[in-house]
Design a protein around this ligand. Structure first.
Ligand SMILES: Nc1ncnc2c1ncn2[C@@H]1O[C@H](COP(=O)(O)OP(=O)(O)OP(=O)(O)O)[C@@H](O)[C@H]1O
Length: 608
């Protein structure tokens, strides 16, 4: 039989790391044990107190028996106090470990997910799920244990009541179905309203985060008041949902609040009659009244039931993040001598029923630099994501040096295929750590070398703490951050390096320098560069030209430049870059630029 320890370890492996291990049943069992112990003591107390009272009334405690029962009463009181303290302690621990474990599982799932599949979860929504919802969900196991234990008191009290006096027990039992109905109705109604409430909380958080990301635009446009109204628009709905939850809660408490005193009153009346008839002693009457109260106390389970229902809904929301589909990896490695030849065979990507990429028979020779160009929304980023397996195509295959990317092991894939994006992730740690972070160990000298290649060394050294400056807090421009993202990609460059809009924030002179350094100082391999400027396309060996999600052509820039539709892709940029389109090629590749082609076919409005 597996122990809880082995279960815990297995769960950890399943989710990919020690952090994601579920805490097992131990914390919950401890809460249950202490709560049940406390409930048992509570049930014993009325009997012991009643007995003590009877002994004191009978002989004033002359034979010492009353004294022993008095001591027992005191011991029960201390025991109850101790068990309640332990229950609180273990509940805190149980909540913390479950919350941490759920958060880790969700975060782990999210970080492993196919980025494209995680996109529907807005950042604010993710934040709410990982904070508020995770805390509610983490509290559910202890609440379930406490709920189970809370049944011990009424059931035990009813049994004790039956032992002391059957008539009073029958009277209390007759009233219990009404209390059970109140609880059932509460559990049924509250589930849906809690789910709605949590969803609206997420919506507000998402809108708030969007507004924070766009503060510059909002300030510039003077739309602060409108934005405030947009963020807070769901607040009325949230308030109504909150009120509805409180109404349900209050209704359950009010109904049980009426039923409990009624039951106690009825039990007291029956007990009084039994005392008058001599069937009960004074001490026993005291005990039955207390037992009747404890049995009717089942109505108090409503708040625990509320916590359990809230926790269940919250858990579903948190674990939805852990269930976002992840990429499955194979076990194959790449041929050691390969130079990064890339091939897209019958590739098709469909989103929301629409084809966003079709690329068949696209071949990029190893070591070549290929620019991916096309109008906005033509599928450049989708192609870049498919080429490095950030997502799998719905149809077709991508091969690197003849090996299908989905057959590669994760390590082989990430060691040999690197990316740089428009905005590098704001990772914690110093600039040196940010650049060094990746699939392989990178020495401080290599970090500086990569930064020099990406044109980042100068401004990093000018920072007060240089390479030891914390990256997220560093006072850097967008282009400087982008260069650090490039440096990171250069430091880990494998046989395929994909730059998706990774130089968009650089001025053209810096872009040329980076391009030159990329050719000279970074490990040689195939480069796939998503480009908006004709100069970048002109420097590349090949261009993949995309239009409306389809590969229109794969050819050198100067050949494509003959076609008006291709030139139109750059119409806006061309006037700025036209001059450098030639010089860039000369400087970057050493190949003669096809300036005649550029002159011959410059688009309307562009000086040849
Ligand atoms: N997960 C997705 N769900 C729905 N549509 C998507 C998804 N991913 C991409 N698309 C759509 O696919 C099309 C191509 O997107 P892509 O980001 O590749 O364009 P792009 O050429 O890189 O554009 P830009 O130059 O503006 O960055 C767009 O219309 C986009 O809305």
């Amino acid at each position: 039989m597996p122990t809880s320890g082995s279960r815990t370890r297995r769960a950890g492996r399943t989710h990919g790391g020690a952090d994601t291990a579920t805490p097992g049943r131990t914390p919950q069992a401890l809460v249950l044990l202490c709560s049940v112990g406390s409930a048992a003591v509570t049930v014993a107390q009325p009997y012991v107190l009643g007995r003590t009272l009877d002994l004191l009334l009978r002989d004033g405690g002359a034979d010492g028996a009353a004294g022993r029962w008095l001591l027992l009463s005191a011991a029960l009181l201390v025991g109850e106090l101790l068990l309640d303290t332990l229950t609180s302690l273990f509940t805190g621990r149980c909540n913390a470990t479950w919350t941490a474990s759920l958060r880790s599982r969700a975060l782990d799932g999210l970080l492993r997910a196919v980025p494209d599949r995680a996109r529907p979860f807005a950042p604010g929504d993710v934040g709410t799920r990982l904070t508020l919802n995770a805390a509610d969900a983490g509290g559910a196991p202890a609440a379930r244990a406490a709920l189970a234990a809370s049944l011990v008191t009424p059931v035990g009290a009813l049994a004790a009541l039956a032992v002391v006096d059957l008539w009073v027990a029958a009277c209390v039992l007759a009233g219990l179905p009404a209390l059970a109905l109140v609880l059932r109705a509460f559990a049924r109604d509250t589930g849906a309203s809690v789910a709605d409430y949590q969803k609206t909380q997420s919506e507000i958080a998402s809108r708030l985060l969007e507004a924070m990301e766009g503060t510059a635009t909002i300030t510039a446009a003077g739309t602060g008041a409108r934005e405030r109204a947009r963020v807070l628009a769901p607040l009325d709905r949230l308030a109504a949902q909150g009120r509805h939850m409180w109404v349900l809660h209050g209704r359950a408490l009010a109904r049980s609040g009426v039923l409990v005193p009624l039951l106690t009153l009825a039990a007291t009346a029956v007990g009084g009659l039994r005392l008058a008839s001599g069937a009960l002693s004074v001490g026993e009457l005291l005990a039955v009244i207390r037992y009747a109260q404890l049995t009717a106390g089942i109505g108090g389970a409503a708040s625990l039931l509320g916590a359990v229902v809230r926790g269940r809904e919250a858990r579903n929301r948190v674990l939805a993040l852990a269930r976002v589909p992840a990429l499955a990896h194979g076990t194959r490695r790449l041929p050691p001598a390969g130079r990064g030849a890339l091939e897209l065979r019958g590739v098709r990507v469909v989103r929301d029923g629409r084809q966003v990429l079709r690329a068949d028979g696209v071949r990029v020779p190893g070591g070549a630099t290929v620019a991916v160009v096309g109008r906005s929304g033509s599928g450049k980023s989708v192609l870049a994501a498919v080429a490095g397996r950030l997502l799998d195509p719905d149809e077709g295959q991508v091969l690197l040096d003849g090996v299908r990317l989905d057959r590669l092991s994760r390590e082989a894939l990430r060691a040999e295929v690197g990316y740089a994006f428009e905005r590098p992730a704001p990772v914690t740690g110093t600039i040196a750590e940010m650049v060094a972070g990746g699939p392989r160990r990178v020495s401080p000298e290599e970090v500086r070398e990569a930064c020099r290649a990406a044109g980042a060394d100068g401004f990093v050294r000018r920072l007060p703490d240089g390479y030891d400056t914390p990256f997220p807090a560093a006072p850097l421009s967008g282009g400087e951050r982008q260069r650090l993202g490039l440096a990171r990609a250069f430091a880990h460059a494998g046989r395929l390096l994909i730059l998706d809009d990774a130089t968009s924030g650089l001025d053209t002179a810096t872009e040329h320098e980076v391009d030159r350094a990329l050719r000279r100082s970074v490990r040689p391999g195939t480069r796939l560069v998503v480009a908006h400027r004709p100069s970048v396309a002109a420097r590349a060996d090949l261009v993949i030209w995309l239009a409306e999600g389809e590969v229109r052509a794969v050819a050198p820039h100067h050949e494509l430049w003959e076609r008006a539709a291709y030139r139109a892709v750059f119409a806006a940029d061309a006037s700025e870059d036209e001059a450098e389109a030639g010089t860039g090629v000369e400087a970057g590749t050493g190949e003669a630029p096809d300036r005649s082609a550029t002159r011959r076919s410059a688009p309307e409005g562009v000086r040849p």
